[in-house]
Design a binder for this molecule. Structure first.
Ligand code: BG6
Length: 308
């Protein structure tokens, strides 16, 4: 693995391998398990922007609770022929795969790390079509997936899906970022408007998204006082998480929805990989594709989140 001057690999027994990036602008960490950014703190204020659970499983046996999980090629529960599938893990399979470093480059504006997952094609993702019939190697399929993480004054996470085969395919996903907000009762989210779906079981039936029933109007003052699992059918790009004494700016591109999630008291307590009061110091604001993107041969799509 070829690393650059500002990037080191930290390996420990029974722990995920982590890239430690330290340049003139910021410090960051990326787990190779999941291609998962764990930490980002710009040197201008040394404030950690991302939240990782104190109980996160970091031995590579479970998706990491916190940071920026890469959800792909589906968002939420797997849906098969319009019905939920009980067999597939939620949020796709790349967040539990080992990723490989393709390139690390330092420049005068920061460091760019490019990663690829072990296998972009796995059961549950119907991307093979003619490509497979033409004799492509098993597991390769017709999709190329690449993650580019740019660490400078800001953190940019870009997930690019490319159709390198001969048939169209559809995919979904999310950059499921967990932000470090210190105190949820002092936190507001600014920049969203329009309708949202308060996530109900009917959510997985895509035809219900966009129907008038179940949709609610985004409040002008977006605060957190209960479990929140909202899918905003909105392509607003610039959002601001305003905590008591600081803000985190989040810019999204390539999404069809913004998902806002806080598990609140009971669900925090029920999750083995979240401390009981974990909900108090985190907020997920996710750049998501919940409606599906279809790529024709040679087309590509990039889902981006830029965190300041
Ligand atoms: C959010 C979903 O994106 O992720 C929630 O909208 C879900 O419903 C949450 O609970 C966490 O998912 P997971 O699979 O990481 O526990």
């Amino acid at each position: 693995m070829q690393l650059s001057k500002n990037v080191e690999l930290r390996s420990a027994k029974n722990q995920v391998d982590v890239l430690i990036i330290d340049n003139d602008f910021s410090e960051a960490q990326i787990s190779l398990y999941g291609g998962h950014v764990l930490s980002f703190a710009p040197k201008s204020d040394n404030r950690e922007r991302l939240w990782v659970s104190e109980c996160a499983v970091l031995d590579g046996t479970k998706a990491i609770r916190g940071g920026v999980p890469i959800c792909w090629p589906w968002f939420g529960e797997h849906v098969s022929n319009g019905h939920p599938s009980v067999k597939r893990q939620a949020h796709g399979y790349v967040r539990t795969q080992q990723w490989q470093v393709v390139e690390c480059v330092d420049s005068d504006i920061g460091t760019v790390v490019t990663l690829k997952p072990e296998a972009a094609v796995n059961p549950g993702f119907d991307s093979l079509g003619e490509g497979e019939a033409e004799g492509e190697a098993e597991g390769e399929g017709n999709v190329d997936l690449q993650l580019t993480v740019s660490i400078g004054n800001v953190l940019a996470v870009e997930l690019t899906t490319k159709n390198v085969g001969a048939t169209p395919f559809e995919f979904g996903g999310a950059l499921h970022s967990y932000f470090n907000i210190e105190d949820i009762s002092q936190t507001q989210l600014h920049g969203l408007s329009g309708d949202y779906l308060d996530k109900a079981p009917s959510f997985i039936d895509k035809s219900s998204v966009g129907a008038s029933s179940g949709l609610q109007v985004t409040p002008e003052t977006y605060i957190f006082e209960k479990e929140t699992d909202n899918i905003h059918l909105s392509v607003e790009r610039r959002l601001s998480i305003r905590a008591a004494n600081f803000s985190i700016d989040v810019e999204s591109q390539g999404h069809d929805s913004i998902v806002v999630w806080n598990p609140w008291i009971e669900k925090s307590a029920a999750m083995a990989d979240m401390q009981d009061d974990g909900y108090q110091s985190m907020l997920c604001v996710e750049a998501a594709i919940t409606q599906g993107v279809t790529l024709a041969p040679n087309e590509q799509h990039t889902l981006t989140q830029i965190i300041r």
